[in-house]
Write a protein that binds this ligand. Structure first.
Ligand code: FAD
Length: 381
């Protein structure tokens, strides 16, 4: 077994940490106050190469893979879970093109997405189809050299920011009479496509979430991904491998920060004549955070390493996502509790970590969904 990072991965950690501390940290208060997406920081992610970490060099990326991506998201999320979250989403948006796009589609769409001149996401969820992606009702009708899409997607991160969105829609029935789902690259700039309602979340302020509405949206044939009827494969590979590893990496950043803030406060805060870090009740909480951080990292890095080797990794990704996001929620709560009443004041990052961590749980699939993936695999032996 090899537990060392490569020199490139170490360099990504150093670069991401510097970017987070020097460029992102001074902007967090403004993001929390305005709740607006910091577009210039999104662009900076591209300029510094972070958007292209998993993109092969022939398409303008760094070609460093998923372990390196996790490290970058983790470091940025340590300072701003919201920015780390958007970094993960933009790579998620590129994944269907990288994994299943034709050479022509790669050449057409990737260059702008790697530099941050445009952004992408994956747009699957509907009011009737979240955990169950087959429950969607959006339709795609084939008409000559194009498709006509109708429907309403909900809970889409970057719905109004992302120029390219991999959308799933029902395109007919397959040979066995089952609903056939296809995936298309659709843009809110296309005729008949527009952002819908904006949602207001309790945290991850600086990310954007909303609906995407398609009303007789005309999509050219060349924007079909992989093949007719292969849409679930396209979307679910992206969500289960790129989406889950990305959300898990945000969780790692939250645990790391919670641990740092807890240790600092526990060493400084004197109650009853001693720093509270001298009390076992506090030490146990901090010990649990340190343990959770190690365990979550090992699960997440292993899953990403498998992805980088081209091995099957869906179950390992589900384990990493489940463990890291649940552990982030617990670590954020304990961190706030260690701070006593201060933990819930706006000027302390503790309450922000708690709000941000909570939203990671349903993102890219709920904890129940992860347990279903893990449980089915365990039952199959
Ligand atoms: C911040 C945020 C960002 C998001 N970004 C995107 C995005 O960019 N693109 C996108 O397509 N979607 C996105 N989503 C949607 C997200 O993927 C869904 O919210 C998630 O999959 C759950 O779907 P749902 O909300 O419809 O819940 P439902 O599917 O209605 O589930 C409700 C509850 O029932 C449970 N449940 C459902 N089925 C089962 C079962 N078989 N066994 C046990 N329990 C079950 C669920 O775990 C959950 O607790 C985002 C969500 C959030 C919160």
């Amino acid at each position: 077994m090899e537990f060392a990072f490569t020199p490139e991965q170490e360099l990504i950690r150093k670069t991401a940490r510097e970017f987070a501390e020097e460029v992102v940290a001074p902007r967090v208060a403004e993001m929390e106050k305005t709740r607006q997406p910091p577009l210039d920081l999104f662009k900076a992610l591209g300029e510094r190469g972070f958007l292209g970490i998993t993109v092969p060099t022939e398409h303008g990326g760094l070609g460093l893979g998923y372990v390196a991506r996790t490290i970058a998201i983790e470091e940025i999320s340590r300072i701003s879970p919201a920015l780390g979250y958007m970094l993960q989403v933009f790579a998620l948006g590129m994944a269907p093109i990288l994994d299943y796009g034709s050479e022509e589609q790669k050449r057409k769409f990737l260059p702008d997405l790697v530099t941050g001149d445009a952004f992408a996401t994956v747009t699957v969820t509907e009011a009737t189809g979240g955990t169950d992606p087959r429950g969607i009702t959006s339709t795609a009708e084939h008409k000559g050299d194009h498709w006509v899409l109708n429907g309403r997607k909900v809970f889409i991160t970057g719905s109004s920011l992302c120029k390219w969105q991999t959308i799933t829609a029902i395109s007919g029935q397959d040979d066995r009479g089952r609903t056939e789902i296809s995936a298309f690259l659709v843009s809110p700039d296309m005729e008949g496509c527009r952002p819908g309602r904006e949602e207001h979340k309790m945290g991850l302020w600086g990310t954007q979430l909303g609906e995407l509405v398609m009303e007789n949206c005309i999509v050219p044939e060349e924007n079909l991904l992989l093949a007719r009827g292969k849409g679930l494969r396209v979307a679910l590979t992206a969500i289960s491998e790129t989406g889950r590893s990305g959300v898990a990496a945000v969780g790692l950043g939250v645990i790391q920060r919670a641990l740092e803030e807890s240790a600092k406060f526990a060493n400084e805060r004197v109650v009853g004549g001693s720093p509270i870090g001298q009390y076992q009740g506090i030490q146990f909480k901090i010990a649990d955070m340190a343990l959770a951080l190690d365990a979550a990292r090992l699960l997440c890095y292993r899953a990403c390493w498998l992805k980088d080797q081209g091995e099957r990794c869906d179950v390992e990704m589900a384990k990493g996502k489940l463990f890291a996001t649940e552990a982030a929620m617990v670590a954020a709560r304990h961190c706030a509790e260690i701070h006593g009443g201060y933990g819930w004041l706006e000027e302390y990052v503790t309450q922000q970590l708690y709000r941000d961590a909570a939203i990671l749980i349903p993102s890219a699939g709920t904890s129940e969904s992860m347990r279903i993936v893990i449980g089915r695999s365990a039952l199959a032996g």
